[in-house]
Design a binder for this molecule. Structure first.
Ligand SMILES: [Fe+2]
Ligand SMILES: [Fe+2]
Length: 292
């Protein structure tokens, strides 16, 4: 025990969550860490139920599930509900066996230092806002509301807090810029080059640049992220001759659109303490940094 199973996006998929908890138990991992798009939707009954089911399964398997926020997690509500309930390591306790790592959070497990930086840009923002508006119309029609009593569906499907602002990131890095061994994020750093990239779009670059900034400041040996829904490994320059290995993790089977998908692509069992890779430099992959 003592290891951590790092997992990609779950999108509230209960069956996949139960599979991952079993995989953790089989791999001597007493912790599962989800790198965003976990399915933090406690503004809905189904979301609260999902949290309860995950908590119960984790308790039964003797593991604790941790997560950072993706663009599809309502992180504002997590802060509203759980800011007053941090555990000894600073995670917000959503349920006894289910805990949230807020943006910029740092901690130490088995002599290995970690930091979490959630958030990303939703490329389907327009579609989500349109669906929220349509829902408001339907509810208003059903209830016979007048135009002045339009039901509020804002924040049901699209969450305005989805991306860090540059100012928020500056504050987090100013508060602590010391290096970490393992960086966990939802979004990719700008410089990594996955074999299949559904987020290679102008609107996605500002947040990828933020993650790149986190890499150059904290100089992690390894970074795990989700959001792209594809498994890949790359190596990028993190400055001053140092390198960061990038491990992109795939998502739950239902959300995957990648043809060569396999559910094993959605997790990585990290042995702790993590024997840092900085001394090794880049492996087979050609290291990359951003063009000047
Ligand atoms: Fe996702
Ligand atoms: Fe995402």
């Amino acid at each position: 025990m003592g290891n951590v199973l790092i997992v990609g996006d779950l999108h509230g998929n209960t069956a996949h969550a139960l599979t991952l908890i079993q995989v953790a138990a089989r791999n001597d991992c007493e912790r599962v860490f989800a790198v965003g798009d976990f399915g933090a939707w406690e503004h809905m009954h189904s979301g609260r139920r999902y949290f309860d089911v995950v908590n119960k399964a984790a308790k039964r398997a003797g593991v604790t599930v941790y997560f950072l926020d993706g663009n599809h997690d309502k992180s504002s509500l997590l802060h509203e509900l759980y800011d007053e309930h941090p555990d000894d390591e600073g995670f917000l306790v959503c349920r006894k066996h289910l805990r949230y790592a807020p943006r910029g959070h740092r901690w130490n497990w088995e002599g290995t230092s970690f930091a979490a930086f959630g958030g990303a840009r939703s490329t389907d923002k327009g579609w989500r806002l349109a669906r929220e508006a349509r829902k408001a119309e339907q509810v208003a029609k059903r209830r016979g509301y007048g135009s002045s009593k339009r039901p509020d569906t804002a924040g049901m499907l699209w969450f305005p807090e989805e991306e860090m602002t540059d100012a928020e990131l500056t504050d987090l890095l100013d508060a602590d810029s010391s290096p970490v061994d393992v960086l966990l994020t939802h979004d990719k750093p700008r410089a990594s080059q996955p074999k299949w990239n559904r987020k290679d779009k102008d609107e996605c670059y500002p947040n990828q640049d933020r993650i790149q900034r986190v890499v150059r400041t904290l100089r992690p040996s390894v970074l795990f992220h989700g959001h792209l829904h594809v498994r890949y490994t790359d190596t990028i320059a993190s400055g001053d001759g140092q390198w960061t290995r990038i491990e992109g993790l795939a998502c739950d089977p239902e959300a995957s659109q990648y043809l060569e998908y396999s559910s094993e692509h959605s997790w990585y069992a990290l042995q702790l303490p993590y024997a840092g890779a900085q001394a090794d430099g880049p492996a087979e992959a050609e290291p990359r940094s951003l063009p000047a």
